[in-house]
Design a protein around this ligand. Sequence first.
Ligand SMILES: Cc1cc2nc3c(=O)[nH]c(=O)nc-3n(C[C@H](O)[C@H](O)[C@H](O)COP(=O)(O)O)c2cc1C
Length: 315
Amino acid sequence: MNKDKSRNLRQALGSFPTGVTVVSCLDKNENALGFTANSFTSVSLDPKLISICIDKESFNIDSFSIAKHFAVSVLSEDQQSISTTFAMPNEDRFKNIDWRAEDTGSPIISGAVAWFDCNTEQIVDAGDHLILIGKIIAFDSSPKTPLMYLRGNYVNLGLEQKMLLAMENENTEIIVGAIIEWRKKVFLLKDNNSDSLYFPSASRLGHIDDNQSLLGVLKNLNLSINEHYLFSVFEKAEDKTSLIYYRAQAKEGAEDLVNSFYAFDDIPFDKLSDDASRIMLKRYIKERELNAFGIFVGKESEGKVEALSKNNQNT
Ligand SMILES: Cc1cc2nc3c(=O)[nH]c(=O)nc-3n(C[C@H](O)[C@H](O)[C@H](O)COP(=O)(O)O)c2cc1C
């Protein structure tokens, strides 16, 4: 399949929302191995079977092919960094991870929303993947909110709920802002009187034809963005304001606004208009460096999780 077709297929497949799991086993030397997988599926209740698909090019394919047991840990929404760790090349992904063994000895991630400890029941050869079918030996679950994955991005349900609550509160003023990135730079407006820098914002997200909305403000700035994702929701207690921030990538054409984009490692933080913006932007850059918003693009790219800036156009 040519590259474009394969990208289109991944795009279509990515429109099916999933949870995020870590699939793990012990290798022949009893070392803990694991990788991030969203191909987890329940297969049968009686007998109790689940399945996951593993890429035949996976670094650990041999270990998973011969392992008599494996485990699946369903990640919670505060475990996004674990998902990133287990999707990136790393000698020992379990090094700084809190985990334990249950019945089969396979590693189970502490704090997971649910886990399934399995005997390997069957391995099915399926194209460029193997389907591992596991017979559940032990399992547990908790009411925590799971991490979700859609169109190559993590979806944080807790954040969405926080936003809805903030919007329902009639006593708070809403400010909706955006962190817009382009080529590892971030877009900031300058207040000519005070020389301070601030994010574009408005009183609602709105629509490009609504001048009072964030999308309208961006359009008037001639700044076109790709899809936007909720990044942060917080309250400023002192003036009863709720701030809702999205993150987005600028489309090509942002060259014309190059003077308003500040390189990640050259941001004059002292000029940002307030502490909240400073803290938020520092967090954004840190997470960006960790590639926490990485998109799963499969094995065709060199890095299996590719940075948004390289190819977010199609996600
Ligand atoms: C959200 C997400 C879901 C993924 N799902 C799968 C999957 O179901 N099967 C798979 O083989 N790889 C999947 N990957 C990619 C692997 O986690 C990634 O390629 C990892 O580096 C494989 O590690 P290994 O080669 O060390 O085994 C996914 C990655 C992400 C970020």
